[in-house]
Design a protein around this ligand. Structure first.
Ligand SMILES: [Cu+2]
Length: 105
């Protein structure tokens, strides 16, 4: 089983932020994916790295980039911590609710 994660990442700093990896104990693995339409077929591809310029935001949303959350351990309705590890060594951990529908759906 897989779930998708949606959020907006904003770089409030004054240097480029580069996402190195995303990790969570609540899942077997976490990958950053992008959905693309190729020859009319929707496909997902792994996004190896993500750079965010100062003052810029990147949205992870249905039909675009998303977190692919493999083998979820918790149940729907629980909150799960997901850690965003940046190239400069900093780490941002945010608790997300697990829900059946994507935001806005
Ligand atoms: Cu995916």
């Amino acid at each position: 089983m897989m779930l998708a994660g949606y959020l907006t990442l904003t770089n409030n700093g004054d240097v480029v932020a580069e996402l190195a990896s995303v990790d969570s104990d609540a899942f077997g693995s976490v990958e950053l994916h992008r959905t693309e339409i190729i020859d009319g077929v929707s496909r997902m591809r792994a996004v190896p790295s993500l750079r965010i310029a100062p003052g810029e935001s990147v949205r992870l949303e249905p039909g675009g980039m998303h977190l692919m959350l493999m083998q979820p351990a918790p149940e729907l309705g629980e909150r799960v911590p997901i850690a965003f590890i940046w190239r400069d060594g900093s780490k941002l951990t945010v608790a997300f609710p697990l829900q059946h529908d994507a935001p806005g759906e």
